[in-house]
Every structure is written in structure tokens, then in C-alpha cells.
Design a binder for this molecule. Structure first.
Ligand code: HSE
Length: 411
């Protein structure tokens, strides 16, 4: 008895999955009681030389794969929403389990694929869509049985975290750091998705569905990438004892879901402060267990292959997911976070006007301040000074975070 697998796409992820199926063949056979065999690989360019066994069907036409006499699992590692969505629908209709690493496609069409898979009594694995090698989907599935998840926060884009770390530690320019991330196979085919926060946004929506059974309205989610973060800003943050991290947050506020994906400053007490390079981390807060932090490699060939290979076992052994994905709640209304007091790093203003709701906490040269105020007040300041930029600080800012040379102002 054999499990026959087709791999769609032979880029970093597809090739990693192919190699891992070969290198861990014994373990797979031991766990599944069956040999796992790659029967076919779908490629785009048939002129390119690839290291694939001659017994494997290599084709540019998905119809050839659907015609195989036996096909049990289709692993999809292509980019873009189409045609991968169509391929996976056809694979399900043929009775195959599917596994995807495609965040953008799954964020858009995950609900439809899961429903179709239920109807055809097959399973869907999507661990590789979020946080690379970290088994966050499986962890949330486990926690969801009895715990109520209240909030999920994470560094979900390895490329962004890698760039921010390289810029801070090695004084690399943004462009140099991005190039290195591309050479290491961390970045998306179009790195705009990484650096403008789209990749982390898609992952956040997938997490929201699994953690809360629903998503916020996409257009209400604050999404910002890391392109506004200059070396000067990073340096100012370091003097203030802070590091920039690109953080996704999703939480229940009353019965609404609030989400954001943006650069945030964190101090050394925060677990995210030490998450460096291509690492991702996810904090899950739930009512019984409290906070769980998962950390690990968020991108790259083998971390992503690890998630796919574990899904391979999952889809073979498990019935379709019990938890339904629902549409965004219609009851969600305006969120109130504009009137909560928080700490911010603001940059680009030498003198700050008096405001009853604004407390100056620290000043690092070059017009970089740490202040505590409401988001509404920050927005007023930004309206008056178009060159002002601002980033939230996670938690509270305390004087002992700052470089000794800085004068704390208002604690
Ligand atoms: N480009 C993605 C990242 C790959 O850097 O996180 C993993 O999803």
C-alpha cells in the first residue's frame, strides 16, 4: 500500500517538501503504515533542470495529474490565488486530501475549500500557511477544545523580522537586508507582500478563523508594513531601549474581533524583543492556560517543509476539521481603541505642544519622543504635522528601558 502525492510548484517550498519526503521516508512509513511516494510534480517552466527522480511525472498541465490512476494527496506550493484555488477544488472533487502553503489563496478561499472538503470527506492541511515551521494551527486546534482564546499576537513575517534585525544589528540598508532575505529563500516571489504587511495580514486572517471561528472585516484591519522604518528610526529606538517588531494582533473586544498588522516598539521585558532574524513567534492568550508563546523559524525551505510533512500525517489520520469557518460578524461595530491611553514613539517633531491628554516620557535626539496619549491625539498631531510618523509601544514604557544618556521626562 502506498500514499501517492502530487506536489504543485517546485520553488523553495515544493522542493523542500519533495526532499523531505525522500529524507524522512522511513519515519513516514512507520507512522502511517504505508509508503509515501511522490507521483507527480507540477512545474511552470519545463526548460529548467531539476533534481527529480525519473519515475516521477513532471508536467506543466494539472489535467495530467488529475488523470493519474491513484492520487491521494495534493500539496500546493504555488503563488497567487488562481490557478491554485481551482486546482485544489478539482483535487478535492477527485477525492484527494489537500495541503497548502499558500497564504494569500487560503485567506481568500479557505472557507470554500474546507466546506468542499467536508462534502467530499477529505481533509485540508494548512499549517504551512502561518508562521513557517511553528505548529501554531495544530496548537490552536488543541487549545480550542476547552480553552477560550482571547487574544493572539505574533511576529508572522520572517522576511520583515529578518530585515529589521539586519538593519539594527549589522547596520545594513533596507535594500541590502531585503536582498539577503530573497537569497535565503525567505521572501515571497513579490516581496511587496512581505514588506508592506500583506503576507502577515493574510496569515492573521487565517489565525483569526481558527482561533475565533470568524474574521474581522478586512477593510477595517489596520495594515502597515515596514517600509517607513529607516535606519535613523531604528537607532533612535535602540537609544530608548526599544526594538521595532512587525506584530499582528487579533483579539476579542466584547464580541467584536479587532485586528491590526503593523510595526510596534517593544521593550526588553517583552518576549517579542528577543525574536530575531527569520524567527516568528506567536503568543496565544486563553482563559484556562493563560499565555503560551511559540517561537521558531518562520520561513525557509525546511521549516516550511516541516509544516507540510506534519500536515501530510494529519490529513491521512484525521477526519475533516470540526470547527466551521464563519463569515465576518455583522454585529461588529466601530472600535473604541482611539480613546485608550498608550505609549508611542513619535518621530519628526522637535517641540511638542501642550495637550492635557499627552505625557512626554522620554526624548532621544533627532525629534524622537516617547509619549503616552490617546490615538486620537496622535492623529491630531499628525494632521498638524504631515511629516510626523508614529508607532505604538507594546505595553508600558518605563524609564529603565532607556539608554543611560537619555533624560526621562515624565514618569
Ligand atoms: N515570505 C514569508 C515570510 C514566507 O517571510 O514569512 C513564509 O510564509
Amino acid at each position: 500500500m502506498t500514499v501517492k502525492v502530487a506536489i504543485l510548484g517546485f520553488g523553495t517550498v515544493g522542493e523542500g517538501v519533495y526532499q523531505t519526503i525522500q529524507s524522512h521516508a522511513e519515519e513516514l512509513t512507520a507512522v502511517l503504515g504505508k509508503k509515501v511516494e511522490v507521483a507527480a510534480v507540477l512545474i511552470k517552466n519545463d526548460q529548467k533542470k531539476r533534481n527529480i527522480d525519473p519515475d516521477v511525472l513532471i508536467t506543466t498541465d494539472f489535467a495530467d495529474i488529475l488523470r493519474l490512476p491513484q492520487l491521494d494527496i495534493v500539496v500546493e506550493a504555488i503563488v497567487d490565488k488562481e490557478p491554485p484555488f481551482l486546482f485544489l477544488k478539482q483535487a478535492i472533487q477527485r477525492g484527494c486530501h489537500i495541503i497548502t502553503a499558500n497564504k494569500e489563496m487560503f485567506a481568500h478561499y479557505g472557507k470554500e475549500l474546507l466546506t468542499l472538503a467536508d462534502e467530499h470527506h477529505v481533509s485540508v492541511g494548512f499549517e504551512a500557511t502561518v508562521a513557517g515551521g511553528i505548529p501554531v494551527i495544530q496548537t490552536l486546534r488543541q487549545l480550542l477544545n476547552i480553552n477560550n482564546v482571547q487574544q493572539v499576537q505574533g511576529i508572522l513575517n520572517g522576511t520583515s523580522n529578518f530585515i529589521l534585525t539586519e538593519m539594527r544589528e549589522k547596520q545594513q540598508s533596507f535594500e541590502q537586508a531585503l536582498k539577503l532575505a530573497q537569497e535565503n529563500g525567505f521572501a515571497e516571489a513579490d516581496p511587496t507582500n512581505d514588506i508592506e504587511g500583506f503576507d502577515a495580514f493574510y496569515k492573521t486572517m487565517i489565525l483569526s478563523r481558527i482561533a475565533f471561528g470568524k474574521e474581522p472585516h478586512w477593510h477595517e484591519v489596520e495594515r502597515e508594513g515596514i517600509t517607513a522604518i529607516t535606519s535613523e528610526l531604528i537607532e533612535a529606538a535602540v537609544k530608548l531601549g526599544l526594538r521595532f517588531k512587525h506584530i499582528a494582533s487579533i483579539g476579542l473586544v466584547g464580541n467584536q474581533i479587532e485586528a491590526s498588522v503593523k510595526p510596534i516598539l517593544v521593550g526588553k521585558e517583552d518576549p517579542f524583543y528577543h525574536v530575531e532574524g527569520v524567527q516568528n513567534a506567536v503568543n496565544v492568550y486563553s482563559d484556562i492556560v493563560g499565555r503560551i508563546t511559540l517561537q521558531g523559524p518562520g520561513a525557509g525551505m525546511y521549516p516550511t517543509a516541516s509544516a507540510v510533512i506534519e500536515d501530510l500525517v494529519y490529513v491521512c489520520q484525521n477526519a475533516p476539521s470540526k470547527r466551521r469557518i464563519t463569515s465576518p460578524s455583522q454585529e461588529e461595530s466601530e472600535h473604541k481603541s482611539g480613546r485608550q491611553s498608550k505609549c508611542w514613539l513619535i518621530y519628526g517633531q522637535k517641540d511638542l505642544p501642550y495637550h492635557p491628554l499627552l505625557t512626554k516620557l522620554a526624548y532621544a535626539a533627532e525629534g524622537a519622543w516617547i509619549i503616552r496619549t490617546h490615538k486620537d491625539v496622535i492623529e491630531e498631531l499628525a494632521e498638524a504635522n504631515k511629516s510626523l510618523i508614529y508607532f505604538p509601544v507594546l505595553g508600558d514604557y518605563t524609564a529603565d528601558l532607556a539608554d543611560k544618556a537619555l533624560i526621562p521626562l515624565g514618569f
